[in-house]
Ligand binder design. Structure first.
Ligand SMILES: Cc1ncc(COP(=O)(O)O)c(C=O)c1O
Length: 448
């Protein structure tokens, strides 16, 4: 039986406190810091802080470490590339590492059609690429995105983003031509309806109230969506949602652009989350876990869409050879270690376990997810469904203090995203802590 987590001092310990103080005086404080976890090292599913505490990592470096911290094969691939060359502007010259990686990517991205890929460095850049590619190819400049969506922090990506006002405040005017429509958030249906009686009103609404009322559909390039909303609260659309949305897209000739930056690279037990709906997007954006923590993003599109000319779009470090070597190893590891299967197995086990304890606790409103992309939405009480932001925050902090590093998303959702390598033993150790903490917070919340 694994004996993680191992805590040697109440976090944050003295070294962590000192570094956080120095950070607070020197580093931009625009980041979203959840709690003072100051990392010293990581190994597989364990992250160690500078004071020697070892936590079970339910964050995966914010969904970037699907194959775990410092996977030996990834490290070996990076070291081997280090001895060859570190950089040589793939924007201006050639090397084989990007071509090899493209071939591996095309094998697992949905769609049995010819593809091309543009490499960049971050999720936001992958979305910028998608926006510019759509504009270039279609000569159309409007997009439909979704309330609750998160697509990054550059100006174009921020324009698509709509999950928290603070992400947009003081930044207007943003990119023109982006309209946000309701996402299928069934637990809090924006139309006050219930699935399946709703008969997908959220899709019809886009047609009869948006495209037929005020946005000329012939000016819209496409839909930009997360197959499962991440920062918006781990919201999973119902079974036929994307099939219906795709039908609508086809009716007006709109492109389907899937942002799989958080949900991709095996996170949900499929290579990409959209595979659960058996839909083939025209453009797919991947980043985060693609290179196991090294900066790399990919915008994969139908080959015919990438008809732009030399000089129209590029990024100096995009497709960096170290990152490509790491990504190439990530694909091998996921296949060799059958991590899609493990994600599905451990994920189903966690979801069932959480669904069972949901019945016992007033503050657990909803449990949802696919594979190891799991959300627990907290409420003040089940009847009113008033958001339980304090409860979610309290659960997060107490879990961390007991050795499970985990964070929230949306307004009141705890997200469970351990590496896909996680074992049943570590899952059990973590669930015991998470369960105890939820019980305590539930008792505090309902008694106070
Ligand atoms: C779905 C999604 N898209 C885009 C991004 C932006 O990625 P990055 O922070 O690498 O720019 C994120 C980051 O959390 C994300 O979750």
């Amino acid at each position: 039986m694994s004996d993680y987590p191992k805590l040697v001092v109440r976090p944050p310990g003295p070294k962590a406190r000192d570094i956080v103080k120095r950070d607070s005086e020197r580093i931009s404080q625009s980041y979203t810091r959840y709690y003072p976890l100051v990392v010293e090292s990581g190994h597989d599913c364990i992250v160690k802080d500078v004071d020697g505490n070892e936590y079970i990592d339910f964050n995966s470096g914010l969904a970037c470490l699907n194959v775990g911290h410092c996977h030996p094969k990834v490290v070996k691939a990076i070291k081997s590339q280090c001895n060859k060359f570190l950089h040589y502007a793939n924007t201006d010259f050639y090397y084989e590492q990007t071509v090899n990686l493209a071939e591996k990517l095309f094998e697992v991205t949905p769609g049995n059609f010819q593809k091309r890929v543009h490499f960049a460095n971050s999720g936001a850049e992958a979305l910028e690429t998608a926006i510019k590619l759509c504009k270039w190819h279609t000569r159309k400049h409007q997009f439909i995105a979704f309330v609750g969506g998160f697509h990054g922090r550059t100006c174009g990506a921020t324009s698509l983003t709509a999950s928290k006002p603070t992400q947009r405040r003081n930044y207007f005017p943003l990119l023109a031509g982006i309209t946000h429509v309701p996402y299928p958030y069934c637990y809090r249906c924006p139309f006050g309806l219930s699935y399946p009686e709703c008969n997908y009103r959220c899709v019809d609404f886009i047609d009869d109230q948006v495209l037929q009322k005020y946005i000329p559909p012939e000016e819209v390039a496409g839909f930009v969506f997360e197959p499962i909303q991440g920062e918006g609260g781990y919201v999973v659309p119902p079974p036929d949602y994307f099939m219906r949305l795709k039908k609508l897209a086809d009716k007006y000739g709109l492109l389907f652009i899937a942002d799989e930056v958080q949900s991709g690279i095996g996170r949900t037990g499929r290579w990409f989350a959209i595979d659960h709906w058996k839909i083939e997007p025209d453009i797919l954006c991947a980043a985060k876990s693609l290179a196991s923590g090294l900066p790399l993003s990919a915008t994969v599109s139908r080959a015919r869409l990438m008809d732009w000319e030399g000089g129209t779009h590029a990024s100096t470090f995009g497709g960096n050879p170290l990152a490509c070597a790491a990504a190439s190893a990530v694909f091998d590891v996921i296949k060799e270690e059958k991590l899609l299967e493990n994600a599905e197995r451990q994920g189903n086990y966690i979801i069932k376990w959480l669904a069972d304890i949901k019945e016992e606790h007033e503050i657990v409103g909803d449990v949802r997810g696919k594979g190891l992309m799991i959300g627990v939405e907290f409420v003040k009480d089940k009847q009113s469904k008033t958001v339980g932001a304090d409860q979610a925050r309290e659960v997060m902090i107490r879990c961390w203090r007991r050795g499970v590093a985990i964070v929230t998303c949306g307004v009141s959702t705890l997200r469970l995203i351990p590496p896909l390598t996680i074992t049943k033993e570590l899952v059990d150790n973590s669930l015991e802590i998470i369960g105890d903490v939820i019980k305590e917070v539930d008792e505090d919340s309902t008694s106070g």
